[in-house]
Design a protein around this ligand. Structure first.
Ligand code: CA
Length: 370
């Protein structure tokens, strides 16, 4: 009888422990099993507006998957830009632990360290596929992680936009001279190159570009590409749509995780989070690749004039980009990541330009001849 009672009370105890864990209880005499499946609620600050279902949505895809993989015990609430943290202060907030993680772009923080540009992209840099291969297979992740270690932050790929457009202009750019005095929203090292080309560069979060363009506070703006740009309404307030976005042959977004918060997670939760972030990384690029073509067609069918940048603009931008990147070599951290990046691009370009680019180039000539 005593033995039966003992078994019953033990079972009840275990059941109570499960309930406690499910309700977020942190009882000090909790069974050991609780420590591997605690109920945890994290906050994620995004740099992006909720209306952008691709770029903002990747964080929600990640969050939903983490919850699913942990039977709802580990939940991450996603906050849009400005709700708990301003768009360009996400990294700082993760560093301080105000939020456990963020979703942002490394190149928003080049004021802290210019090498953070490589976390997102550099002008005339890598395509999305090249970037992912460098990060996952080419040592890019390790070398970038050293940059963020000083901030107590772990960085993970968090989605890629693919190649971007050159943005929206309220007047035609017929030569390099037309850039002089132009006021443009453009972040990262691309902004610094534009500054050298005579542009007045503005840093404006994605969700605030439209009013600035509409009221004439800026003459031009770049964001991502047709789907997002149409969603933000740029086609209603600017007449010329330029390509290519030479400053962003792709753009990697990042999940930033407070290192101490990550280390405090049970290993199964760490794995769930890493798997979910990798899924979100793929999700964003495939979404953009699916949504951009029809949006591009709609824009082509509208009054907007599609233009390519003149060759003197492209050549000056290329030369200025190389000069600027070389100047930054005085920063040892920058030189280390740049060398890794360049070596990867050299080998990758040789292969991809031979096999895939030649095929695409031929198919493009057929398409244009139809
Ligand atoms: Ca952009």
């Amino acid at each position: 009888m005593k033995r039966r009672q003992f078994i019953r009370s033990t079972s009840l105890g275990a059941a109570a422990g499960t309930v406690l864990a499910g309700c977020g209880g942190q009882s000090s005499d909790a069974p050991a099993v609780q420590s591997s499946t605690p109920t945890l609620r994290w906050r994620l600050a995004s740099s992006f507006a909720r209306s952008l279902d691709t770029i903002y949505g990747a964080a929600e895809v990640m969050s939903a998957r983490v919850s699913q993989l942990t039977d709802g015990r580990f939940t991450i609430r996603v906050y849009p830009a400005g709700e708990v943290v301003p768009a360009f202060e996400v990294l700082d907030s993760v560093q301080k632990g105000t939020v456990q993680m963020g979703h942002s772009a490394g190149y928003y923080y080049i004021g802290k360290n210019p090498a953070f540009a490589f976390e997102t992209t550099i002008p005339f840099g890598l395509t999305a596929r090249q970037y992912n291969s460098w990060v996952y297979e080419g040592g890019g992740q390790e070398i970038l992680r050293e940059l963020f270690a000083d901030y107590g932050v772990l960085n993970y790929p968090g989605g890629n936009t693919g190649a971007q457009m050159g943005g929206w202009f309220n007047r035609e750019i017929n030569s390099l001279l037309d850039l002089n005095g132009l006021s443009m929203r453009i972040p990262g090292l691309g902004g610094r190159v534009m500054d050298q080309l005579g542009v007045t560069v503005q840093q404006i979060p994605g969700g605030e570009i439209y009013p600035a363009l509409e009221r004439g506070a800026i003459d031009a703006a770049e964001w991502v590409g047709p789907y997002d740009d149409e969603k933000l309404g740029f086609n209603q307030v600017a007449s010329y749509y330029y390509y290519p976005g030479w400053w962003e042959p792709s753009a990697n977004l990042s999940f930033f995780v407070n290192r101490q918060s990550m280390q405090g997670l049970p290993s199964a939760y760490q794995a769930a989070l890493e798997v979910a972030m990798a899924e979100a990384n793929q999700y964003m690029l495939t979404r953009y690749d699916a949504l951009n073509p029809p949006a591009f067609r709609r824009i082509l069918d509208s009054d907007v004039a599609l233009r390519s940048f003149p060759k003197d603009v492209m050549d000056a931008a290329y030369t200025m980009s190389q000069d600027l990147l070389e100047q930054e070599r005085s920063n040892p951290g920058f030189a280390r990541v740049y060398d890794s990046f360049l070596a990867w691009r050299r080998d990758s370009d040789e292969w991809i330009h031979t096999a895939e680019y030649e095929m695409l180039s031929y198919m493009n000539s057929q398409r244009k001849s139809v």
